[in-house]
Design a protein. Structure first.
Length: 273
């Protein structure tokens, strides 16, 4: 599943390709959205915002397209009316004069006005966005401490978009590792120092991932490994997708486990319970 950093990077690519210029066509795969095609196609995209894993494409006609990629959605930027060879199903096509933005395999797509955005069942219950400049470490710590969240296991809580928006599977494992917190703990089980480290990592790692295209490992260590010829999948993460490989810190084999059918990774030494 694309997480907040990946959606924000996709939004930047879409904006660069087709925003603030005349469109040739807007096409929806879903019949209930077809009535909006002509109005949106005659408009220009004025701004693209991300909210966690969701995206809002604002048009100058006052309407916005809301999308959520869920597990399999993927944006592709192509030449206008050029389509890739893929088994994915096209759900939304935004055709500019020279470029097109194509959304494949996503099922969460809607057209909303300003009031619809305010009342949308996902958007209006979303927690603070970890990529927002306005959220602070102290605010994240307070969310960990509040009664609504403090009794929940961290591996579940860190995937809840009502808690913090934009986190997902790989960021969950990486945040817990950087904070030196065992995955089975709850916020109420953690020391003040651990909660502080969790809050810091919950903001710093998504922001690093956004800037680097998904790299969450220490960047000095990344540079060293790259210079030695290692591939990206080797140096990209601290623990995610590194089961049975040695921890970068203590050389203990990384473990893989599951919570609610979702995999996570951790170092039993660095994240001792």
């Amino acid at each position: 599943m694309p997480e907040g950093p990946e959606i924000k990077r996709a939004a930047a690519r879409i904006a660069q390709a087709i925003a603030r210029q005349p469109l040739q066509e807007v096409w929806f795969a879903f019949s209930h959205l077809k009535p909006y095609e002509a109005q949106l196609g005659a408009s220009q995209i004025r701004e693209i915002q991300t909210r966690g894993k969701g995206m809002l494409i604002h048009f100058d006609c006052g309407l916005s397209i809301y999308t959520h990629s869920l597990l399999y959605g993927r944006w592709m930027i192509r030449r206008a009316y050029s389509y890739p060879k893929t088994k994915r199903q096209l759900r939304l096509a935004l055709q500019g004069q020279r470029k097109s933005a194509l959304l494949y395999s996503a099922s969460e797509i809607d057209v909303l006005d300003a009031a619809g955005i305010q009342t949308h069942p996902f958007l209006n219950r979303m927690g603070p966005d970890v990529l927002s400049d306005s959220i602070t470490i102290d605010q994240v710590q307070e969310r960990f401490r509040c009664d609504r969240f403090r009794r929940r296991r961290l591996t579940t809580l860190l995937l809840d978009q009502h808690f913090l928006a934009g986190l997902g599977n790989y960021l969950r494992s990486e945040i817990l590792f950087v904070a030196s917190v065992h995955p089975t703990l709850r916020p109420m089980d953690c020391s003040p120092d651990q909660l502080r480290k969790l809050a810091e990592a919950a903001l710093s790692l998504p922001r690093q991932a956004y800037k680097t295209g998904g790299i969450t490992n220490d960047m000095d260590w990344v540079a060293k490994l790259k210079s030695q010829g290692f591939r990206r999948q080797v140096y990209c993460h601290w623990v995610f997708e590194r089961a049975d490989q040695l921890c970068w810190i203590c050389a203990t084999p990384i473990l893989k486990d599951y919570q609610g059918g979702r995999r996570y990774y951790y170092c039993p030494q660095c994240q001792e319970k």
